[in-house]
Design a protein around this ligand. Structure first.
Ligand code: IVH
Length: 718
């Protein structure tokens, strides 16, 4: 220890580090070094703070350029003073060289798995077992979304991240420290960590000397989409789902690749602790971990009543879609750690926790064949014939394959084992083949048929277009599908013409053109001969047909099934031209000039109206008395420019009615909430859309609020 007493200075000169004894330049350099060291510390603290605000809380305080300036300054100082470089500096998140393989890490305490329950009774049985074992009725439960990612273990020593590993077989995992460092929400230095190295003896530290924390690494749905868009652009094979992508990303031998994947983390458990455990319950542990800077799931809730637990779990089945990450259930844990210990573990599963699993949204099954269906425009759509499989709560035996490009892009072949997905009400889809199951089998690449599978007409295909189609206007399946479309809710809304009946009407020769529908009343007797059609049904169909004649022009335009013409386009055309006659007389340029109508759509409309056969059809419909104009009052309106989402059920309107109504006032109705949504009209039972609106800060109106808003804007209707 040097002394500052000038009297001793000469004696100590040779070994002293007292600045008073050193040459000026050295002293100067020492000061500079000291100043740099302090500045480096300060910069790291500030950057860590801003990382936490940005990545973990998603509430940044400073802009990108300010943040970049801090990083740049830190990097420069670390280059200038390499001795100040530390592995847990924020600059070290994306460094690291590829490794040949991963070292094995033995878990000090096994990483357990969870028992499953799928419904209330099983949940109650789980609780009953605990009641029997600890002879107590009361428990406090913590419920957390079960993140569909990968379990990892992180070890911290002296407040710093030391190493991290995968779950592996529960006893041994792989050391993936370099990869984990690239995950921005994993704190490298904890709040309250001693500034330099281990705490000085006798100095109290809020942190245990070392501890383990466990959590789930996942990839957000948005990141998953972003990665797949990139891969699609680069012509690379797409990733199957966020979980597999996260798994692949974590086990990359090159951490620089991991860093590009923007993985994320939620911690859900405090593991072993060297020294005193700072908490007595799971919820305290989670709160403590959060205070140290770990990301914890904000959707966690605590209940004292198992009924509430069940309601919470059931509530998530529908709401999970709105989350930006996949969850496959809810984890229910007994909160009190002493009770957890008393209950213990059976096999690999703790008795004090269980997972309420949602019906799987993905399953693997055999693709028996690829077949082709014909749509109303004649487009041939390949679809999968599957070995029936239970997924998303139903048995699926068929799934769409979209088009040839899609199918080839995923390299799906008949005979493959494929991943099938069905989320919510969405139609089942084939996500992709399980390539490892194809092995040596030589499966043929799918080819579109040369002839229409229904009428045998040679198939047509436009260069550069993914679609193949049957060009035969009289193709019976095409016509049957067109009738289904013509009569559907969004079109002329004529009840009684479902899939089977439309096919029958075409198959038995009752209808060979859309206009023939209006001649059906004349064929009453013959129709009565047909199985399954009674007089009552027929009369209803006829009444419906009669009623449909009053539908405004835009509905008719939708119903005709003109290529590229959906409800928005039809509305724009009807509003602009006001009548079929005006539209038929419009030049191509005039159609193109309509707001929201592009050249391809305009051309399709123009061609349709000037096609001899279609023109005859429109004439025939007019001759049957169908209305051929639009209510001009519908042009412009009090909801012009507003994008509205509807959720739940309303008293005053059915879903179709309110959509129509909003559109008639110039508003736009969309199916999902985004920042662009003007407001959400929420009726009874609105779930995920309401949550999403709340999350995005989008205005929510209940039914009476919506009516009030309309009245304010001058609506006088009932
Ligand atoms: S607790 C003893 N909590 O589910 C308790 N696990 O099937 C062990 N998981 O390996 C786990 N979210 O990968 C727990 N909030 C959560 C979880 C969660 C996802 C995963 C984890 C674990 C698996 C067990």
């Amino acid at each position: 220890m040097a002394t500052s007493d000038p009297a001793d200075a000469s004696a100590d000169a040779a070994t002293s580090t007292d600045p008073h004894d050193l040459p000026d330049e050295v002293v100067e350099a020492g000061h500079e070094y000291e100043a740099a060291r302090e500045r480096v510390e300060e910069l790291r603290t500030r950057i860590r703070y801003h990382d936490y605000r940005y990545y973990t809380l998603a509430e940044p305080e400073i802009g990108d350029s300010q943040y970049d300036a801090l990083m740049r300054e830190l990097r420069t100082l670390e280059e200038q003073y390499p001795e100040l470089l530390e592995p847990d500096s924020p600059t070290q998140r994306v460094a690291g060289e590829p490794t040949a393989g991963f070292a094995v890490v033995e878990h000090r305490e096994p990483m357990l798995s969870l028992s499953n329950v799928f419904e209330r009774d099983e949940l109650f049985a789980w609780r009953q077992r605990m009641v029997r074992l600890v002879e107590r009725e009361e428990f406090r439960y913590v419920c957390e979304p079960k993140i569909d990612g990968l379990a990892i273990s992180l070890v911290y020593r002296n407040g710093r991240f030391e190493y991290g590993s995968t779950r592996g077989d529960g006893l041994r995992g792989e050391d993936i420290t370099s990869n984990l460092r690239t995950i921005r929400t994993i704190p490298l230095v904890l709040n309250g960590a001693p500034a330099d190295g281990p705490p000085v003896d006798g100095e109290p530290s809020a942190l245990p000397a070392a501890f383990e924390v466990r959590g789930e690494v996942y990839l957000s749905k948005e990141e998953f989409r972003r990665l797949n868009e990139q891969r699609a652009e680069a012509g690379e094979q797409l990733y199957m789902n966020p979980r597999n992508t996260a798994a692949g990303s974590l086990r990359q031998l090159d951490p620089r690749v991991t860093a590009t994947r923007r993985l994320n983390l939620f911690v859900y458990q405090l593991g072993w602790v060297e020294g005193d455990r700072p908490v007595t319950s799971h919820s305290e542990a989670i709160a403590w971990l959060r205070s140290l800077g770990f990301p914890t799931n904000p959707l966690t809730e605590t209940f004292d009543d198992i009924e509430q637990v069940a309601a919470f779990c059931e509530g998530w089945v529908d709401r999970r879609e709105a989350l930006d990450y996949d969850i496959d259930g809810v984890v229910i844990k007994v909160d009190d750690l002493a009770t957890q210990r008393a209950l213990g573990v059976v096999g690999r599963e703790p008795r004090w926790a269980t997972a309420w699993k949602f019906p799987a949204e993905q399953a693997v099954t055999r693709l028996k064949a690829i077949q082709v269906s014909v749509g109303r425009t004649g487009v041939l759509t390949p679809f999968a014939v599957l070995e029936p499989v239970f997924v998303g709560g139903v048995t699926v035996s068929m799934a769409t394959l979209h088009n040839l490009d899609h199918l080839r892009g995923l390299d799906i072949r008949a005979g493959d084992d494929v991943i099938v997905q069905r989320a919510g009400d969405v139609i089942p889809q084939v996500v992709g083949p399980v390539l490892s199951q194809r092995k040596g089998r030589d499966l043929p690449v799918f080819e579109m048929p040369d002839a229409c599978p229904v009428c045998g007409t040679p198939v047509a295909h436009d260069e550069g277009d993914a679609a193949y189609y049957c060009p035969n206007r009289a193709c019976p399946t095409k016509l049957a599908r067109l009738i289904e479309h013509f009569t559907s809710r969004g079109a002329l809304d004529i009840e009684g013409f479902g899939e089977e009946r439309s096919a029958m009407l075409v198959g038995r020769g009752f209808v060979s053109s859309l206009a023939d529908l209006y001649d059906l009343p004349e064929k009453r007797e013959a129709l009565l001969e047909v199985d399954k059609i009674g007089a009552k049904t027929l009369d209803l169909m006829f009444a419906e047909l009669e009623k449909s004649k009053q539908q405004p022009l835009h509905r008719l335009l939708i119903a005709l099934g003109i290529r590229h013409v959906g409800s928005e386009t039809a509305r724009a055309l009807a509003r602009h031209f006001g009548s079929m006659q005006a539209l038929r007389h419009a030049a191509l340029e005039e159609i193109q000039a309509v707001d929201g109508i592009g050249p391809i759509v305009a051309e399709a409309v123009y061609e349709y109206l000037h096609d001899e056969e279609y023109a005859a059809l429109v004439d025939a419909l007019a001759a049957h008395g169908l209305r051929m104009d639009e209510d001009v009052a519908a042009r412009g309106g009090i909801l012009e420019g507003e994008t509205i989402v509807i959720t739940g059920s309303l008293d005053r309107w059915s879903r179709n009615e309110i959509e129509e109504f909003i559109k008639s006032l110039g508003g736009k109705v969309t199916g999902s909430v985004s920042k662009k949504t003007s407001f959400v009209v929420a009726g009874d039972g609105g779930g995920s859309k309401r949550d999403k609106a709340e999350a995005l800060g989008v205005e929510i109106q209940d039914e009476s609020g919506f009516v009030g808003l309309l009245r304010e804007r001058g609506w006088t209707g009932e």
